[in-house]
Design a protein around this ligand. Structure first.
Ligand code: SF4
Length: 261
C-alpha cells in the first residue's frame, strides 16, 4: 500500500533530480523503528565532538562539514581547536595568508583544495553579511557548497530535517533497507528519499549523528559487526547474513563515494 511521498530534492547546482519518492507503510514503519533505535543507541554510545555541542554555533558546524568530507571525524576532532583558534570567523579565513590556512589544514590532507574552498565560501558569506540563503538551489550556487554542505546548512542553520548523506550513511541505508540504484548517491532519488524519511524527526541532527556513528563503529565497509548493532533485527543485510553467511558477504553493497567539496 502506498502511504507517503517524501520529496527527494536530490539536487545538484539547484536542479531537481526527480520528483517525490513514495514509500509504502512497511518502509515508513521500519524507518520509524530505526529512528527510535538509533536515538536510544546514540544517547548511550554517541561520539562526543566539539561541533556537536549545543553552543558550537552555525559557523563552526558548517565549516566542520566542509572539512569532514573525505576525512574521518576523529581527524577533524584532533585539529578542531587549532583551526578555530586561528579561524574563528569568515573574516579570519579570508584575511589569512594562504600558507597559514594550508598549514593548519595539512593534518587532514587535501589542504590546498580545502583552503581554496573555504576562502571562496568565506568570501561569498562576507558578501552576504553572514546570512545563508534559504533555498537549496541558492545554497548550491555558493562556491564550495555541494549537496552535502547545503544539507548541513539547512540542518544546522535553518533547523530543517535534512540528511547528511555521505558514503557512510548510504552504506547503512543500502544494507538496512535496499541497495541503491545509482552509484552516485547525489542522483539516486530513492536513496535520498530514504535518508530524508529516516531523519524526519524533532531531533534530526541527533539522528544524523547516530547513523554516522553507527556506520563508523559497526557498519564498516568490510565485515560489519552486525551482532552488536542495534538495527540487526530488521536489517536486510544482517538477516540475510544470518541465514546465508557466505551469500550475504558476497552481497555486501559497494560503499560509493562522496564527490566534491
Ligand atoms: S546490522 Fe550489520 S549491516 Fe545492518 S546496519 Fe547494523 S552493522 Fe550494518
Amino acid at each position: 500500500m502506498v502511504a507517503r511521498a517524501v520529496s527527494s530534492r536530490a539536487t545538484t547546482r539547484g536542479k531537481l533530480a526527480r520528483g517525490p519518492v513514495v514509500f509504502d507503510r512497511p518502509t515508513i514503519g521500519k524507518a520509524r523503528w530505526c529512528r527510535r533505535r538509533l536515538l536510544a543507541w546514540y544517547a548511550q554510545h554517541g561520539r562526543q565532538f566539539p561541533w556537536r555541542s549545543p553552543d558550537a554555533g552555525v559557523y563552526r558546524q558548517v565549516v566542520v562539514e566542509v572539512l569532514l568530507q573525505r576525512t574521518q571525524a576523529s581527524a577533524v576532532g584532533r585539529m578542531f581547536d587549532a583551526f578555530f583558534e586561528d579561524f574563528g570567523s569568515w573574516e579570519d579565513i579570508i584575511s589569512a595568508p594562504d600558507e597559514l590556512l594550508e598549514s593548519v589544514l595539512r593534518p587532514i590532507g587535501l589542504w590546498r583544495r580545502r583552503a581554496i574552498a573555504l576562502k571562496a565560501l568565506a568570501s561569498a558569506m562576507i558578501a552576504r553579511k553572514g546570512h545563508f540563503p534559504e533555498s537549496r538551489g541558492e545554497l548550491e550556487s555558493l562556491p564550495a557548497v555541494g549537496q552535502y554542505v547545503a544539507s548541513a546548512v539547512l540542518l544546522f542553520a535553518k533547523r530543517r530535517p535534512e540528511p547528511l548523506l555521505d558514503s557512510s550513511m548510504a552504506r547503512v541505508l543500502d544494507r538496512v533497507f535496499e541497495p541503491r540504484r545509482l552509484v552516485d548517491l547525489r542522483y539516486d532519488p530513492r536513496l535520498q528519499g530514504l535518508a530524508r524519511l529516516l531523519v524526519r524527526s524533532r531531533a534530526p541532527a541527533l539522528v544524523n549523528w547516530a547513523i554516522l556513528d553507527l556506520a563508523a563503529r559497526y557498519c564498516v565497509p568490510r565485515m560489519p559487526s552486525c551482532g552488536e548493532c542495534p538495527l540487526r533485527t530488521r536489517c536486510n543485510f544482517a538477516i540475510l547474513r544470518k541465514r546465508h553467511p557466505s551469500g550475504a558477504r558476497r552481497a555486501a553493497p559497494s560503499t560509493g563515494r562522496v564527490k566534491g567539496i
